[in-house]
Structures are given as C-alpha cells and as structure tokens.
Design a protein around this ligand. Sequence first.
Ligand code: HEC
Length: 247
Amino acid sequence: MEFNKIFGAILVAGITAMLAGFIARNVIHVEDPEVNAFKIAVAEAAEGGAAAAEPVAEPILAMLATADVAKGQSTAKVCGACHTFNKGEPARVGPNLYGIINNKHAHMEGFAYSDAMKALHDKEWTYSELNHFLWNPKKHINGTKMVFAGIKKPEDRANVIAYLRTLADSPAALPTEADIAAEAPKAEEPKAEEGKEGEAKEEGKAEGDAAAAEAPKAEEGKDEAKADAKAGDAPAVEEAKPEAKKE
Ligand code: HEC
C-alpha cells in the first residue's frame, strides 16, 4: 500500500534524524557554547530591572568639569529633531535651548508649554534639574509635552548638559565641591504596592452552629409509654380496649 511506503519513509527519516542528532551531540563535543552572549543578555536585563526597581537618575555633577562637549553635541542631535540650539533661532516642536542652564522653566516667550512646565516657571534649570529631566522627562515632570524617552547613561547626560552649558553668552559656573557633595540621587517615591492582606474571613463558626443544631431529640418512645399509662385511666379508652380492664 502507498500508505505503508509513506509511513515507512517518514519512519526512516525520523530515525535518521534522531541518529544524526545523537551522533552530532556525542561525536562533536561542544562545551557550553555562547556562555558570554547569554551573560550579556542577562546583564542588560538586570540593568533594566535595577533601574525599574530603583528609579533614580545617577549623579552627574562631578562629571561636568571633564565632560566631553563634542560628544554631547553629537548626542544632542536627537534633541535637534525638536529643538534649536543657537541664539535667536525659532522654536520647533520644542523651544529653543540657547542659554537654558539656570534659566527658568518654560523660559521661551510665546512657546506653548504644557501646564506642567508652566507651573514650574519659578524654578531654574540647574544642572541637577536637567539631569533628572533628561534622564526621564515624563517621570521628572509629570505632564510634560516633551515626548522623549530619556538619556539613560550618566556620561551621555553629563556630555549633553556640558554641551548645553556652552550655548550661552557666558557659560554658567560649573558645580562647586559643595554642590557635588550635596547631590544625592533624588529618590523617586517607591510605588506603594502594599498587599491587601489581613481580610481573611472566618468561615468556621457557621459549621459549628450547624453541628450544635443536631442535638439528639430521641425521647419519643417514652411519650408513647406515658400515653398508654394514662389511657388506662381514661374512660373513653376503656371502651376501645376492654381487655386492658380485665387484668
Ligand atoms: C520629540 C520632541 C523632543 C525631543 C526629541 C526633545 N525635546 Fe526637549 N522639549 C520638547 C517639548 C515639546 C518641550 C516643551 C515641554 C513642555 O512644555 O512640557 C521640551 C522642553 C525641553 C526643555 C525645557 C525648556 C524650557 O524652556 O523650560 C529642555 C531643557 C529640553 N526640552 C531639553 C531637551 C534635550 C536636551 C533633548 C535631547 C536630549 C530634548 N529636549 C529632546 C520636545 C522634545
């Protein structure tokens, strides 16, 4: 039959594949391949996980004095999709960034800032504020219109901020030793995810009551006996049971 041939062919192919695999595994001995590649993947995942568990922008003030402005300018090209950097240039999607260091939030006249940014108008763009904002704009200023994921590497942020510093008539002073010492990583509030425990319901009592309700009520036999005894005295019953009287 055709089926038998086909089945046989599949069987042979399967056995051959198994044998090939067996030989490959045992004859060609491979020692834990790609251990390194695996480790890199895990390390990256762990980095992301750590960032999620402890969401803070790493300190960068100490890095500013020696930061690489040219690299910063290059990294800042992504900002250029939305921002202009030179004096007097117009806004794009975002405001012009000339002279932003130590300037007010929502500094550019006529730009349609978000309410969140406008609300911070009295605050200055210190190096530290920029560090936190550029690390994760939405996280640092909830409600900002700046749609940008953030610069995760501290060196990159330091370089970009060092570049922004050069965009000024006279660059702002670098952070002092005291500034650097005071720069504690601003801990974002840990998200309160306390478990809703402690509401275990007591369901044992109902069963206890049910058991108590089953009290024995077996005294019916005695009642019958009494009834018979009384019946003996009752005249009406005498007629019904004449034999009882004879005794
Ligand atoms: C997708 C567009 C976009 C990109 C990319 C972007 N920004 Fe912005 N940025 C905006 C917008 C829009 C605002 C206004 C935010 C608001 O009003 O909430 C803004 C605001 C800002 C401000 C505040 C300005 C002020 O006047 O208060 C700074 C500083 C800033 N961006 C820096 C940067 C830097 C540095 C980069 C690159 C690392 C960058 N932005 C990338 C769109 C962008």
